[in-house]
Design a protein around this ligand. Structure first.
Ligand SMILES: [Mg+2]
Length: 267
């Protein structure tokens, strides 16, 4: 078992200037309470995060086959119960049937890709360290049922963000499609045969803007509050489905499977 993550700035004899306090890379706190910095101790554990040049989390856990369709999943309120600014592993609770739906997609060779806005990071409510801890817990809970996620994208930018995370309308933040289009270019995902499940309007809009086949809006998370705001009329090339939860994704997976052999437009 490795040393615990250092969540907060502390007073450590080894680091006269606390790296956490000064916005440095996350550290691990050792059993003696010290969090060691690279410049002070060679036994330190420096964490590196899969951030692209714009600071968007782009993590590929298992590379899907080139040209595969994807099931894009919003995370909070779709895969896990909605918790305001989820940043602690102990607050992770899977939404019922999330694991079975994901396992079903896995069995059908449909790439499962989480796309999540993380304004909590942009607003300095928590750090990537905490996001990584939550992700680890989610993946561990899914793995109990043999379910796995192929890739994770997270956008920290927000109009009210601090410093480099402040951005009026970052292309990766939903409702913009940047996380989905990144997945398409990095993983060779066939967007026209892909679907998204989300609890907010911004999820549905991002799916439409990315050119997905369709999206499922669910009532979990913020879904009940947002349902009335979802435009009933959608472009003909985009199919909107309304469901209760991620458990209703069987239809989407059947559609993806049925369209597998049809061609580039999938329909
Ligand atoms: Mg959500």
């Amino acid at each position: 078992m490795g040393p615990a993550l250092a969540r907060e700035a502390g007073h450590c004899a080894q680091c006269r200037t606390c790296p956490l306090k000064n916005g440095g890379p996350p550290k691990r706190r050792l059993s003696n309470g010290h969090c060691y910095g690279a410049t002070f101790n060679s036994n330190c554990v420096l964490m590196s995060f899969p951030l692209d040049h714009e600071g968007v989390w782009c993590e590929v856990l298992r590379r899907p086959a080139n040209g595969a369709p994807a099931l894009f999943l919003d995370r909070d309120g779709v895969v896990v119960e909605e918790v305001e600014y989820l940043c602690r592993a102990e607050d992770v609770f899977l939404i019922p049937a999330a694991e079975t739906t994901i396992a079903m997609a896995n069995a059908m060779d449909v790439a499962v890709i989480i796309v999540t806005n993380q304004s909590g990071i942009g607003r300095a409510r928590y750090e990537w360290t905490h996001f990584a801890e939550v992700q680890r817990e989610i993946l561990a809970k899914l793995s109990v049922s043999g379910a796995f996620v192929d890739a994770v994208y997270a956008a920290p930018h927000h109009p009210d963000g601090r410093g480099k995370w402040r951005h009026a309308d970052h292309p990766a933040r939903k409702p913009n499609p940047g996380m989905l289009t990144r997945a398409a270019s990095e993983l060779g995902i066939d967007l026209a045969r892909s679907w998204l499940i989300g609890d907010k309007c911004i999820d549905i809009v991002a799916a439409r803007r990315a050119g997905l086949a369709g999206a499922l809006h669910v009532l979990t998370g913020h879904g009940k509050r947002e349902r009335a705001s979802i435009p009933k009329q959608q472009p003909a090339a985009f199919e909107l489905r309304l469901g209760a939860s991620i458990a209703d994704a069987t239809y989407l997976l059947q559609r993806i499977s049925t369209n597998r052999q049809v061609g580039a437009d999938g329909r």
